[in-house]
Design a protein around this ligand. Sequence first.
Ligand code: NAI
Length: 347
Amino acid sequence: MRAADDKAVKTVTFFRGDGIGPEISDSVFAIFQAAHAPVKFEIFNVGEAEYNRNGKLIPDEAFASFEKTKVLLKSPITTPVGKGFRSLNVTMRKKYDLYANFRPAKSNSAVPTPFPNTDIVTFRENTEDLYAGVEEKISDNEMHSIKIITRDKSERICRSAFDFAVQNGRKKVTCIHKANIMKLTDGLFLDVFYDVAKDYPSIEAKDMIVDACCMNLVLDPTKFDVMVTENLYGDIITDLTSGLIGGVGLMPSANVGTDMAMFEAVHGSAPDIAGKNIANPTAFLWSACMMLDHIGLGEYGDMIRTAIKNVMDEGVHTTKDIGGNASTTEYTDAVINEIKKLLAMAA
Ligand code: NAI
């Protein structure tokens, strides 16, 4: 492990979000500081409070920062249901074409679940499908939402999944769809998947209808390796895969485009537990570690991941959502103590 001074400091844009966002953000700041991670965050408040203050969900300077740094760590943000502004997450993914949403779900020996051998990586297309936001009011009693699937965007997400499989020694990629009903849109996605699969003969290519996928995931998740799917199915299925490993508090994610990337936990702003100091910051921390890998600081990511694992294995300072009693800050302090031990051993 190198001393922090050996590394040039990297600048990363940070959105603080709302709900549990500020609490889990503080956890990341404290842990990065303890690890001497050479990262300077440009921090912005975004979301509803910011909107009410100056009429903009995301201040112009925050966009400018991301366009400069190309890397964003984003804590969760509340989206009003059925009214108000468009989801900020959807906005960011579309505006910067962060098309590949990478969501790994791996069982953790410290968190007992009925599914101890789960290791599934989902690639969710992030920019089109029903999330394209093309909705139309026909009358007070009829609303339409248009599903958009294109060949180019389907191809690049399928390639991302197969490339990942090859680079990470995975054996199988399963395409999740509903082409039996949506013959044109999902039919196109499925056709493209099998076309792309021809370029990756070493990887087994399979497909499954989304409802059957949900049943099979809870019957035997070890049947799945890498999955690739459209935007809406991916959103839903990855909450399911997070449930298999112990909940949304344990699931990180990356949204990757051609030259920009945004890292965030899969979970939302959890308003039901906001301000109570009980949120589990692990998913956000792991997302931050993926961000460190992405910017060439993987050794710091590894140190933080090891510290988290040690705290979880010990089982004394884990948060309520995974069966423990610790507060967010007690858990954070425990991770910091582990980091101090790791740094002392490496000195
Ligand atoms: P949610 O993921 O915020 O919460 C679902 C359940 O999981 C709640 O019981 C919550 O307490 C629990 N939970 C979530 N994160 C947790 C954590 N770190 N530690 C412990 N427990 C945790 O989903 P919900 O309630 O449907 O959405 C709340 C808000 O978040 C909505 O406005 C939604 O639009 C927004 N949202 C934002 C996302 C983002 O910014 N990436 C992603 C998903 C939802």
